[in-house]
Design a protein around this ligand. Structure first.
Ligand SMILES: Cc1cc2nc3c(=O)[nH]c(=O)nc-3n(C[C@H](O)[C@H](O)[C@H](O)COP(=O)(O)OP(=O)(O)OC[C@H]3O[C@@H](n4cnc5c(N)ncnc54)[C@H](O)[C@@H]3O)c2cc1C
Length: 451
C-alpha cells in the first residue's frame, strides 16, 4: 500500500482490505460504488484496493459491506414490509409463479423464461424507471462480465442471460446515482445484500431504487474455469469474439464463437455440469454464503427445471414474490399482456432450488466449522438449529478434501478433468437410463393446468 497514505485512511480502508485478505470479500463492488471520495477501486480480479485518494472516515464502506455477515433477520424484517419471517430455506414467500416473456426475442435471449428482462423493459416503457443496473459481457474479455447501466429496452435486452462469473455490479452505483429518476436493479444475493444495507442507511437510495430483482444463486465461477473450458477445446481465448454461459435452446450450453458458428464447450446438460464446477472453481466466499434464494429481493428468479414429461416444460422462470412492490410489478406486466404467469405450488416450482439451498447452507456450515477450528474469521451466521442440517460424514470428508486440494493449481486441473468432464458424462449416461421415472409429477401438472 502507498506509504504516503494517512493513518486514518489505513485504518478505515484497512478493514475492507482485511476482508479481501481473509477471503470474506464477496467482490460485489458496493464499497467501491458508494465511497464519496472514490478512495477504492477494483483490481483485475474484482477485489477492492486502495487507490491512494483521501478517505474521509465516513465508515460507509464498512457498514454496507455484505461480506462480513450472513445473518439476514434484521434486513428481512425491514425490507419486506411484513412480520419478520422465521429463517427458512426459501426466505419470506408471498406467492410463487411460473412466468415467461411474451415477446419471442426476449424469451429467446433469457436464460430461463426471459422474465427479468421483460419486467425491466416493461418498467422502462411505462416510465417507472429511467435506467436499469445489470450485468453485460465485457468487450475485451468476453467470458467476463461487467456492470451495465441500461437506459433503453434494447440495452436491457442485450444484457439478458445469466453470467456465471464474478461481477462487481455495485461498483456502478456511482454512475447510477447520476441518472435522473429511478432505476431498476438486478443482482445476485451478495449484490442485493450490499444494496439493501445501503438503502437502510441512506434515504436517497431508498427512493432511487424502484425495484430489486434478485437471481437465485448457487455460486459464481472464477474466470479460470472459462479459460480452461476454452483451452480444453483448443480455442485461443485471444481469438474469442463472443462467449455465452447459456447459449442455444433452453437450458442452453456454455458456448463460444471465434468467428462463424458457436462451439459447445461441454457435452452434458448444463445443470449437471455447473454443479461440478462449483467444486473446483466457486470463489471461496461463495462457499461461505447461505443465501441461495436471494432473500432480500422484491422478486427472486430461478430456473424452473420442470420435469421432462410436463408439456411445454422449457423456458420458464420460477418467480418468488417477497414484497408488495414486487407483486404490483408482476400484476401490472401481466395485465399489460407482456408476460405469461401460471400459478403453481412451491413443490413444483422450487423443489430443485430448495435442495440446492440446503446443500449450500450445509457446505457453508462445514467450512465455518473448519474456520472456527483454525481460528480464522468467518461471516456472522444465523444460529437457528433448523438451519444446521446433518451432513453425512462421507460427503463432508469428500468436500473437505476437495476444498483442500483445490488450492493447488495442478490438483485443480486434475479435478476439473475428472469431475467436470468424466463424472458428469457418467452421470449423464445414468440419467438417460433412468429417464421417464416421474409419472406422478406429470399427473399433478395436468390436474392443475387443464387445457
Ligand atoms: C451466478 C448465477 C448463479 C445462478 N444459480 C442458480 C441456481 O442455482 N438455480 C436457479 O434456479 N437459478 C440460478 N440462477 C438464475 C438463473 O440462471 C436465471 O438468471 C433466472 O432464472 C432468471 O432467468 P430469466 O430468463 O428470467 O432472466 P433473464 O431475462 O435472462 O435476465 C437475467 C438478468 O440477470 C442479469 N445478470 C446475469 N448474470 C448476472 C450476474 N452474474 N450478476 C448480476 N446480474 C446478472 C442480466 O444482466 C439480466 O438482466 C443463477 C444465476 C446466476 C447469474
Amino acid at each position: 500500500m502507498n506509504p504516503a497514505l494517512s493513518p486514518i485512511l489505513l485504518r478505515m480502508i484497512g478493514k475492507i482490505l482485511d476482508l479481501v485478505k481473509d477471503r470474506l470479500c464477496t467482490r460485489c463492488g458496493t464499497c467501491v460504488g458508494i465511497c464519496p471520495k472514490g478512495a477504492l477501486s477494483l483490481d483485475e480480479a474484482c477485489y477492492p484496493t486502495s487507490n491512494g485518494k483521501g478517505c474521509q472516515e465516513c465508515h460507509l464502506c464498512w457498514e454496507v459491506c455484505p461480506g462480513k455477515s450472513e445473518n439476514y433477520a434484521d434486513l428481512e424484517a425491514r425490507g419486506q414490509e411484513g412480520d419478520p419471517s422465521p429463517w427458512n430455506v426459501n426466505g419470506h414467500v408471498r406467492t410463487v409463479y411460473l412466468g415467461r416473456a411474451m415477446d419471442p426475442a426476449v424469451l429467446r435471449s433469457g436464460s430461463s423464461g426471459g422474465l427479468v428482462t421483460q419486467l425491466l423493459i416493461h418498467a422502462l416503457e411505462r416510465g417507472e424507471i429511467q435506467g436499469a443496473l445489470l450485468a453485460g459481457y465485457s468487450a475485451q474479455r468476453p467470458w467476463e462480465a461487467e456492470p451495465v447501466l441500461a437506459r433503453t429496452p434494447e440495452e436491457v435486452l442485450s444484457c439478458a442471460g445469466s453470467k456465471y462469473c464474478v461481477v462487481s455490479t455495485n461498483a456502478a452505483l456511482r454512475d447510477a446515482k447520476k441518472i435522473e429518476g429511478r432505476i431498476g436493479y438486478v443482482g445476485l444475493p451478495c449484490h442485493v445484500r450490499g444494496l439493501r444495507l445501503l438503502m437502510q442507511k441512506d434515504s436517497v437510495w431508498r427512493d432511487k431504487i424502484a425495484m430489486v430483482l434478485g437471481l437465485y444463486c448457487h455460486h459464481a465461477w472464477e474466470s479460470e474455469a472459462a479459460l480452461w473450458l476454452m483451452m480444453r477445446r483448443g480455442i485461443d481465448p485471444k481469438k474469442v469474439r463472443q462467449f455465452r454461459y447459456r447459449e442455444g435452446n433452453w437450458p442452453g450450453r456454455v458456448q463460444t464463437r471465434t468467428n462463424g458458428t458457436w462451439i459447445n464447450l461441454h457435452s452434458e446438460r448444463i445443470d449437471d455440469f455447473i454443479s461440478y464446477i462449483l467444486l473446483t472453481h466457486a470463489p471461496n466466499r461463495c462457499l461461505l454464503c447461505t443465501d441461495a434464494p436471494n432473500r432480500l429481493a422484491d422478486l427472486s428468479f430461478a430456473d424452473a427445471w420442470l420435469p421432462k414429461e410436463i408439456p411445454e416444460q422449457d423456458n420458464w422462470t420460477a418467480v418468488v414474490v417477497r414484497t408488495r412492490k414486487g407483486e404490483v410489478l408482476l400484476e401490472q406486466a401481466h395485465r399489460r399482456g407482456v408476460i405469461r404467469l401460471e400459478t403453481t405450488d412451491m413443490a413444483t416450482a422450487l423443489c430443485r432450488q430448495e435442495r440446492m439451498a440446503r446443500e449450500k447452507h450445509a457446505m457453508a456450515r462445514v467450512l465455518i466449522k473448519k474456520r472456527t477450528r483454525r481460528a480464522q474469521p468467518f461471516p456472522d451466521m444465523p444460529r437457528e438449529p433448523s438451519a444446521d442440517p446433518w451432513i453425512p460424514l462421507f460427503r463432508r470428508i469428500c468436500f473437505e478434501t476437495i476444498y483442500f486440494l483445490r488450492q493447488f493449481r495442478v490438483c485443480r486441473a486434475l479435478m476439473f478433468d475428472l469431475l467436470v468432464f468424466r463424472l458428469v458424462r457418467f452421470r449423464g449416461s445414468l440419467r438417460r437410463v433412468l429417464r421417464g421415472l416421474s409419472p406422478q409429477v406429470q399427473k399433478g401438472w395436468r390436474a392443475t393446468h387443464p387445457k
